[in-house]
Design a protein around this ligand. Structure first.
Ligand code: FE2
Length: 295
C-alpha cells in the first residue's frame, strides 16, 4: 500500500466499464460490450494534494438528531439478500467516555418493491465499540450504536425501497432505494462495478466520490485504506510529517475514531444506494494496547 494519499485516490479510482461515451448522457454497460478499454484523461490539478476535510464540513458533520439513523450503508450478501447498516446516537471522545447501550434502540428495516409500500420487515442486531487508551493524554472513544440488519428473500435484479431505524420511538430514516444484483450466470452479471482504494477524506476524496456517484455502479469494491483515521492526528490540518517527533511522549500511535463517523456520513449518499464490499488496508491497522489491531 502506498502512503501518498493526496493523489493516489484519484489514480486508483477506475470504474470497470469498457467504454465511456463522453458525448452522450447514456453510459453503456458491460452487457452491451465487449468494448475496448478506455482511459479517461487524468485531471492533473488533483495531483497537487488536498487537505483533510474538517469535521464540521457539510459532508462530514452530523445532521441526524435523537435516535434517527445516519451513516446508512449497504453490503451484499447474495443476489437475494442485502445487509443494511446504520448508526444511531452520539459517539464520545475524551479522557472519560461511557459506552451506549446497544439494546436501547431497535434495528429494523421495512422494505418493498413500491415506493412508500413496505410489505416486509426484518430485525437485526446492534453493537458498540470502544477504543480505550490506558495512557495519560490520549483520547478515548466510544462509538455510536451500530445497527446491522440482513434482509433476504429478495428477487435478483430488482429495485427495493426501504427505511431503517426504530419504529417504536418512532425514528425511521427517509426512504432509500437499492437494486439487488442479478442472479449469476454467463449472461447475467452486474452492469458496472467500481473498484476503489486509498480514498481518504480530503477534497480530492470528494471529487472521487462524486465520480463514483456519477457513474452509477451496481457494486463498489473498496480495496483498503478508507478513512486514514490512523494518521489523522499526524496530518489533520497540522502537516506533521512525523508522529513520533511531534508526539514524543505518546506510547502508542493514536488514531482518531471520529473520522470514521465523518467518513460514514460522507459516503452515505452513495453507499445507502449501492452496496460496498470492503477489504482492510494498512491504514485500517489501528494500534491498540497489547499489540491488537483491526479492532
Ligand atoms: Fe494504500
Amino acid at each position: 500500500m502506498n502512503y501518498l494519499k493526496l493523489w493516489i485516490p484519484v489514480t486508483l479510482f477506475f470504474t470497470i466499464i469498457a467504454q465511456i461515451k463522453l458525448a452522450t448522457s447514456q453510459i453503456p454497460t458491460t452487457l452491451e460490450g465487449p468494448f475496448k478499454p478506455v482511459t479517461r484523461t487524468f485531471d492533473s490539478s488533483l495531483r497537487r494534494g488536498s487537505d483533510d476535510l474538517p469535521m464540521d464540513h457539510p459532508l462530514l458533520k452530523k445532521n441526524a438528531t435523537g435516535n434517527f439513523p445516519e451513516q446508512i450503508a449497504l453490503a451484499i450478501s447474495s443476489p437475494t439478500s442485502m445487509w443494511v447498516s446504520w448508526i444511531t446516537g452520539d459517539a464520545q471522545i475524551g479522557s472519560s467516555v461511557t459506552a451506549l447501550d446497544p439494546a436501547s434502540v431497535a434495528s429494523e428495516v421495512s422494505y418493498g418493491k413500491e415506493s412508500g409500500k413496505y410489505t416486509s420487515k426484518r430485525r437485526g442486531d446492534s453493537i458498540v465499540y470502544s477504543q480505550l487508551y490506558p495512557f495519560e493524554g490520549l483520547m478515548n472513544y466510544t462509538s455510536c450504536i451500530i445497527h446491522h440488519v440482513r434482509i433476504d428473500g429478495l428477487e435478483p435484479g430488482t429495485k427495493y425501497y426501504y427505511k431503517c431505524g426504530d419504529s417504536s420511538i418512532p425514528a425511521m430514516s427517509e426512504e432509500h432505494v437499492f437494486e439487488t444484483l442479478p442472479s449469476s450466470s454467463p449472461n447475467s452479471y452486474p452492469r458496472r462495478i467500481a473498484v476503489i482504494g486509498d480514498l481518504g477524506l480530503t477534497s480530492n476524496s470528494s471529487t472521487t466520490r462524486d465520480h463514483l456517484i456519477m457513474n452509477d455502479p451496481s457494486l463498489i469494491l473498496m480495496i483498503g485504506d478508507l478513512t486514514y483515521a490512523n494518521q489523522y492526528r499526524t496530518t489533520g490540518g497540522k502537516g506533521v510529517p512525523c508522529f513520533s517527533c511531534s508526539f514524543p511522549d505518546a506510547p502508542i500511535r493514536e488514531t482518531y475514531q471520529p473520522r470514521w463517523d465523518g467518513w460514514g456520513r460522507f459516503m452515505e449518499p452513495l453507499i445507502s444506494r449501492v452496496p460496498m464490499m470492503v477489504v482492510e488496508g494498512n491504514h485500517e491497522i489501528e494500534p491498540q494496547v497489547a499489540g491488537i489491531t483491526f479492532k
